[in-house]
Design a protein around this ligand. Structure first.
Ligand code: ADP
Ligand code: MG
Length: 310
């Protein structure tokens, strides 16, 4: 089975519009990064659409091979603490976006939480909070300020022993962006790429002014709000599907860098932004800073709209 970053389809439903004129609607899907990636596009030529989608999924698979922390031989997993490493151009782009967002959000989005997210996956299985010593050790190996990303030389240095990156909070949005670019290049600007709770849209379907997207957070039956979007992205995160309950307390899969444990505030954050990369990083950071601060922070660092539900 394919494994990847975050694991669940979260938050967003896509309503397909009916095609008009001679343009048809095409739909393709493939499991990737622990979720189902879906491409919906409009165009005239089924063969060309298929070909473009193959290209797009190819890009998605390439990013997974680079950035997955589930694949032992990914470029990310091969980084050795203490060893400055020059990375591939695609990885460089992802790292650059990641460390930019880490700096802006002052570490609410932290791409260096690998040791803690690994420990937390264990916690979710065993339903037992980690031993304080083990937790302290994992926390000591994390911290975005102890990773040195050099944009000029495309070099990353993880300074602490045991340090490991986890880009699960940004990679799906980044991948949706890159897959959308591939579709556009292949002649399909009227495309929506959905990666679980991350959507990247291009031009609207024929005869429409926008894509209709349902923001689904706590209501499992239906979306709480339907928004109309084009040429932008939307991403939702929260403790709706992925959480663990321990001794009556509910912990999210989003880690609070201050405690090293899952967040306990019941909140969902949807971010609309020009790119999936920005939206994905900011939805996670929004959950970390909490319901009261998520909107202001999101708007400050690239979101055009932030919807907070608690
Ligand atoms: P989803 O995977 O449901 O789309 P997110 O975009 O919020 O949700 O990503 C959550 C994943 O990001 C976690 O599973 C973990 O791998 C990683 N992560 C958890 N907490 C943080 C954090 N504070 N900063 C950066 N990444 C995080
Ligand atoms: Mg995210």
């Amino acid at each position: 089975m394919m494994k990847g970053f975050g694991t669940l389809i979260l938050g967003l439903l896509l309503f397909a519009a009916t095609a008009q004129a001679e343009e048809q609607r095409f739909h393709f899907e493939r499991p990737l990064m622990g979720t189902l990636f879906q491409i919906t596009c409009y165009g005239e030529d089924p063969e060309a659409a298929k070909k473009a989608s193959e290209e797009a999924f190819g890009v998605g698979e390439e990013i997974n091979k680079i950035a997955s922390d589930y694949l032992a031989d990914s470029e990310l997993m091969k980084l050795k603490p203490g060893d400055p490493t020059k990375v591939s151009p695609l990885f460089a782009e992802l790292l650059d976006a990641s460390f930019t967002k880490a700096r802006e959000t002052e570490g609410a989005f932290d791409p260096t939480l690998g040791p803690l997210t690994k420990l937390w996956r264990e916690t979710r299985k065993t339903r037992k909070l980690p031993d304080p010593e083990v937790l302290a050790k994992a926390r000591a190996a994390c911290g975005w300020q102890d990773a040195e990303w050099n944009r000029e030389t495309s070099t990353i240095l993880l300074k602490k022993p045991g340090m490991q990156l986890d880009l699960g909070a940004i990679a799906k949005g980044f991948t949706a962006d890159k897959m959308f670019e591939a579709m556009k290049k292949g002649g399909f600007p009227k495309t929506c790429v959905a990666a679980g709770g991350d959507l990247r849209m291009g031009d609207p379907p024929p005869g429409r002014t926008a894509w209709r997207v349902g923001l689904q957070t706590f209501d499992l039956e239906k979306p709480e709000e339907v928004v109309e979007l084009a040429n932008c992205a939307v991403s939702t995160s929260g403790d709706l599907h992925q959480f663990v309950e321990i001794e009556g307390k509910r912990y999210s899969h989003i880690i609070d860098p201050k405690t090293g444990l899952g967040m306990t505030e019941h909140v969902a954050v949807s971010v609309i932004a020009p790119s999936g990369t920005i939206a994905d990083a900011l939805d996670t950071a929004g959950c970390v800073v909490g319901a009261d601060k998520a909107e202001a922070m999101g708007l400050k660092f690239g979101a055009t709209r932030v919807v907070v539900r608690k």
